[in-house]
Design a protein around this ligand. Structure first.
Ligand code: SAH
Length: 339
């Protein structure tokens, strides 16, 4: 079977080149081409023709196909991309003052089962390879003609349920001869798989960690997030405290405000109390309505009131800026719509 060059980090490529009797700098040259978005082995002009021919027999560059693009006036673009096996995934390009950010998917579908999320409705189709995660960024750069400087792994899927490929992807982004992206420009979001969070703290302490909390206590959390049955609320917060302490970096908590469920003043007060003293930040996201679910989002006024209660108690909180509000398909909705 041919191997996807985009999924290979420097170590893998060096081994591959050594097996072909090639010097190590060839691996660096290939990484450079991939980082720049090369789509064919033949584009890699500084490789000897013979080597390119040899590579074509055993390797390839996997392409994702742009199936649909939705463009918003603020520059946000949301993509549905087709994988070679017929699956589809979503990713989003966003413009910020500090640069362009790509929100990428780590899996096609998801098996975490959160009640408010469209990605999980049909379960997990499969995990993505490192090359497929990288190719999402390259697709968006080709389409927009603009460079991506920041990456958030917050699309469909649970990145820590695809740990090895995630780590390879992060290594590829950071590779000096490749994209040379600072790990500090990358954020990974998890629903709270604690053992992997702990491993991640060791493997990538500079990468920003976001944790989907969505509730101020175990009772509410387990109603909407099945993962809470395996990893309880208090243990999760302990792991987050340890993360902030050990890495010196603040943990971001995502909190989807669901009308009448977790968005009342008493919920804000309880959340503030649970998070007190932790190096953290709360990102409030008025729930994006998913057709298949009865849950709905909080009003702007209630979101502001919630934020105020947190801030008065010393917990920094922001309400997520609604980029691309007019293309507001929530996580996984484009993909569902296409099936
Ligand atoms: N599995 C990872 C990352 C993917 S989802 C995680 O759970 O963190 C990225 C974020 O969007 C998560 O916080 C997720 O809970 C949230 N999300 C999913 N569906 C949503 C919806 N309908 N409205 C608002 N946020 C949603």
């Amino acid at each position: 079977m041919k191997e996807d060059l985009r999924s290979m980090d420097l170590k893998a490529l060096s081994g591959y080149m050594a097996a072909l009797g090639q010097p190590r700098f060839r691996a660096e040259q290939i990484l450079g081409w991939i980082a720049k978005g090369a789509r064919e082995i033949d584009e890699m002009r500084n490789l000897p023709k013979q080597l390119r021919e040899r590579l074509q027999e055993t390797a390839y560059l996997e392409e994702l196909r742009v199936l649909t693009v939705q463009r918003a006036a603020d520059g946000t673009r949301k993509y549905l991309l087709g994988l070679p096996d017929g699956n589809a995934i979503e990713c989003v390009f966003m413009k910020y003052k500090y640069g362009n950010s790509a929100c990428v998917s780590s899996q096609a579908g998801c098996r975490m089962g959160c009640a408010f999320c469209a990605s999980t409705l049909r379960g997990l189709a499969r995990s993505l390879t490192a090359g497929e995660m990288l190719e999402q960024i390259l697709c968006m750069e080709r389409d927009t003609g603009e460079p991506v400087s920041h990456v958030v792994v917050m699309g469909s899927g649970e990145p820590f349920d695809n740990y090895e490929n995630l780590c390879r992807f992060l290594t590829l982004l950071h590779e000096p001869k490749g994209r040379n992206m600072s790990l500090r420009n990358i954020t990974v979001s998890t629903c709270g798989l604690i053992p992997r969070m702990e491993q991640f703290r060791e493997d990538f302490p500079q990468v920003n960690l976001a944790v989907s909390l969505h509730a101020p206590n175990q009772k509410l959390r387990r109603e909407i997030m099945p993962v809470a049955k395996s990893y309880g609320f208090d243990v999760l917060l302990d792991a987050c405290r340890a993360h902030a302490r050990e890495t010196g970096r603040r943990v971001t908590f995502e909190y989807a405000l669901i009308a009448g469920f977790n968005d009342q003043p008493e919920h804000a007060r309880e959340l503030a109390q649970k998070l007190s003293g932790m190096l953290c930040h709360v990102n409030l996201i008025p729930l994006n309505r998913v057709r298949e679910s009865r849950l709905s989002g909080t009003t702007r006024e209630e979101a502001l009131a919630f934020q105020k209660i947190l801030e008065e108690r010393g917990i920094p909180a922001t309400i997520r800026r609604e980029l691309g509000a007019e293309i507001d398909a929530a996580c996984g909705q484009l993909r569902l719509g296409a099936q």
